[in-house]
Design a protein around this ligand. Structure first.
Ligand SMILES: Cc1cc2nc3c(=O)[nH]c(=O)nc-3n(C[C@H](O)[C@H](O)[C@H](O)COP(=O)(O)OP(=O)(O)OC[C@H]3O[C@@H](n4cnc5c(N)ncnc54)[C@H](O)[C@@H]3O)c2cc1C
Length: 459
């Protein structure tokens, strides 16, 4: 618990209106998208790196933990204060500045990613990383998780656009990593180390982001298949034909049924669909769309349609974006995995997941960024039913075994947090884990920043 004297010192640092230990606030900041809540002892809303520096120096001196939080949309429990302590929200650090001459955005950690995209877009510029949560997740959370999204297949993930960072180390020092130029190789690449470190190595306060010119044209289309394996084969064939769409999303039958019930669009009796986008010069997009159509037809697509206007594009994306919450129609709890396999192994993955679903007697809904091999595999269970929970856990282990046997990885973009921590050793060897823990210790000798995440200490 935070003592009254610590609380009054924290209020002095940020102003009393930017600190709360009211139970309703503790509740609101107790969860992320995993819905496994745990309350902090207090919530603080700093607005500068200097304030965060004072808070972290105090946490070291007084021995309390600090958990950074963006918008709380994470899928692995990263922003949940599982050991209590102080929850630090970056929501007041929202400034966005765009340097058009140097194609550079300088943004506060709490800026909403969609706002950065919109501001860039208004100037004919493009910030490509687009987690489906972009309308509400923060850039600080995106960097801490190295978020991906549908466009990663062509444009890469968040780390490919972070040139440098201003961060506060757990011991309170403020440092700037990386560069504000397009290139720079001075010293170790601390920017990349902090990117994807899930709020365990430093608190990001500002980011320097690379922008690119916006593509001139885009076409959005979908291909429907009677069997999901045919859709998976089309994914491997499109990539194998050296066509790189800007989006190549796969949606299975269970996911389609959930959104259909919401009345967005109807896709009767299908095994799955692909939602595909290509972008580039006006002249090239129709040619790419035509080649993709040929491949889908070769893979037995029963329907292929290029959206004719922006409303049709919007409807297709509405379907895709509605899936994640709509899946709760199947079962009240989602074990949400985001495995990645080599794209040539997509059919094996889909077959293997079907086998796991049958053997473990659980419904599994698959959708996601198939173009980069990253499928969101959702094992749907009733968390209150002990037997079903056990079957769900066994299915998760089976899924990770299958993924690793295909040469893949257990997380493409959601990170480890608390939900995947028990499985870390399935992918990483002991020496790598020990090195990571030594890095954590040298950044955070007293272990005050976001404790209990990524690593589970065994006795
Ligand atoms: C409907 C939905 C769709 C999603 N789609 C995608 C998707 O397509 N791709 C994808 O990659 N993810 C997706 N996500 C997951 C989630 O949105 C991302 O992980 C996102 O990056 C989290 O951002 P946030 O601001 O909500 O961070 P939070 O959930 O608040 O925090 C996430 C982690 O980052 C740390 N953190 C937050 N801010 C900072 C900071 N300033 N400094 C240091 N550490 C910090 C936290 O401690 C925590 O460990 C989706 C989530 C939802 C609910």
């Amino acid at each position: 618990m935070l003592s009254p004297s610590i609380k009054s010192e924290l209020k002095r640092i940020v102003g009393k209106e930017n600190f709360s230990s009211l139970s309703e606030d503790l509740l609101c900041y107790s969860f992320d998208a995993t819905n496994n809540p745990s309350k902090a002892d207090a919530v603080i809303f700093p607005s500068t790196a200097e304030e965060i520096s004072l808070i972290l120096k105090m946490a070291n001196a007084e021995d309390f933990s600090v958990v950074p939080r963006g918008a709380g949309t994470g899928f692995t429990g990263g922003a949940v204060p599982i050991e209590g302590g102080l929850l630090l929200s970056t929501e007041r650090m929202k400034d966005i500045n765009i340097d058009e001459e140097n194609l550079l955005a300088t943004v506060g950690a709490g800026a909403i990613t969609g706002d950065i995209q919109d501001m860039a877009d208004a100037l004919g510029l493009f910030y490509p990383p687009d987690p489906t949560s972009a309308k509400f997740s923060t850039i600080g959370g995106n960097i801490a998780e190295c978020a991906g999204g549908p466009r990663a297949v062509k444009y890469g993930t968040t780390r490919d656009y972070v040139l440098g960072l201003e961060v506060v180390l757990p011991t309170g020092e403020i440092i700037v990593t990386g560069v504000k130029t397009l290139k720079g190789v001075v010293g170790y690449d601390l920017t990349r180390l902090v990117t994807g470190s899930e709020g365990t190595l430093a608190i990001i306060t500002r980011a320097y982001l690379r922008l690119i010119p916006a593509p001139m044209a885009r076409r959005t289309m979908y291909a429907a298949f009677a069997e999901l394996t045919e859709a998976a084969l089309a994914v491997s064939s499109i990539i194998g034909s050296r066509i790189v769409p800007s989006t190549l999303e796969l949606i299975d039958e269970s996911s389609l049924k959930c959104v259909e019930e919401q009345g967005v669009l109807k896709f009767p009796e299908l095994g799955g669909i692909l939602l595909i986008e290509v972008d580039g010069d006006e002249g090239s997009v129709d040619e790419k769309a035509a080649r993709i159509k040929d491949i889908c037809v070769e893979c037995n697509s029963v329907e292929f349609r290029v959206a004719e206007d922006k409303w049709e594009v919007k409807d297709l994306w509405k379907v895709r974006k509605a899936i994640s919450p709509a899946l709760y129609r199947i079962r009240p709890k989602k074990i949400n995995e985001d495995i990645v396999v080599p794209r040539s192994k997509m059919v094996e993955l889909i077959r293997g997941v079907k086998d796991i679903s049958t053997e473990r007697d659980v419904v599994i809904a698959c959708f996601g960024h198939a173009g980069d091999g990253n499928i969101h595999v959702n094992i749907m269970i009733d968390g209150d039913d002990a037997k079903e929970r056990e079957r769900g856990e066994e299915a998760t282990k089976d899924l990770f075994k299958l993924t690793l046997s295909l040469g893949g990885t257990i997380s493409g973009e959601h990170g480890i947090g608390t939900s995947k921590a028990p499985y870390l050793e399935m992918e990483l060897d002991r020496n790598s884990i020990e090195l990571m823990k030594r890095l954590k210790d040298s950044f955070d000798p007293k272990g005050i920043l976001n404790p209990g995440k990524i690593f589970i200490d065994k006795e």
